[in-house]
Design a protein around this ligand. Structure first.
Ligand code: COA
Length: 176
């Protein structure tokens, strides 16, 4: 994975802004016995795996690049998903920084017999776009915000980044 600081990321000037809708992604899977615990509920680790893939799709769609997971800021399991149900994941870019993006993922269960949907998990994941040639982080197109909800998510992503960076610098200082 890239770690050299020799090639700084290119400027994002000139990149055409894209709406959040361009990154929206959805995926679905049936919950089968191989991915459940003894209580017949979908394994948390499998949900995390699906969250990573759904988030990568949104990040890749927005940036039209290869992307890598930089961090998982938050994951909250509110409700379990039972064997036989569908697990549905919806992802979108919440905010673009420079080479990194915060992706929000919402997970739902859907009962195959009644069609009832429940919100089960929320996660925020940071991805970095990687240049295919240099293998270094590359600048990402700015976001076009349209709705009040998109603006709220954008603001909240900024607060999470501030907290994450503060924690990172504190950990570095503790190491020195
Ligand atoms: C993420 C990674 C590309 C960053 O590379 P780097 O050389 O540290 O690059 P920089 O310091 O220039 O940071 C680049 C961007 O990544 C962000 N970043 C770096 N580490 C991060 C972390 N732990 N959490 C969130 N963002 C992070 C920086 O804030 C910066 O964002 P910005 O350009 O939007 O401001 C690199 O650390 C890496 O490859 N990590 C391993 C990724 C991986 O293997 N993921 C799992 C498999 S996909």
């Amino acid at each position: 994975m890239p770690n050299s600081k020799k090639n700084p990321p290119p400027s994002d000037r000139g990149l055409k802004p894209k709406p959040i809708s361009a990154s929206r992604s959805e995926m679905a899977e049936v919950v089968l016995p191989a991915i459940t615990n003894p209580l017949g509920k979908l394994l948390g680790g499998h949900v995390m795996h699906l969250v990573d893939i759904a988030a990568a799709m949104a990040a890749s769609r927005h940036s039209n690049s290869y992307v890598v997971t930089a961090s998982v800021d938050y994951i909250d399991f509110r409700n379990p998903i039972s064997i036989g149900e569908f697990v549905i994941l919806k992802s979108q870019v919440n905010r673009v920084f420079h080479t990194s993006m915060e992706i929000g993922v919402k997970v739902f269960s859907e009962n195959a017999l009644t069609g009832e949907r429940k919100h089960t998990t929320t996660a925020y994941v940071t991805f970095v776009a990687i240049d295919a040639v240099t293998k270094r982080p590359k600048a990402v197109a700015p976001l076009i915000l349209k709705t009040a909800e998109e603006k709220r998510r954008w603001r909240e992503a900024g607060v999470r980044r501030k907290t994450r960076l503060a924690l990172r610098y504190r950990k570095r200082r503790e190491k020195d």
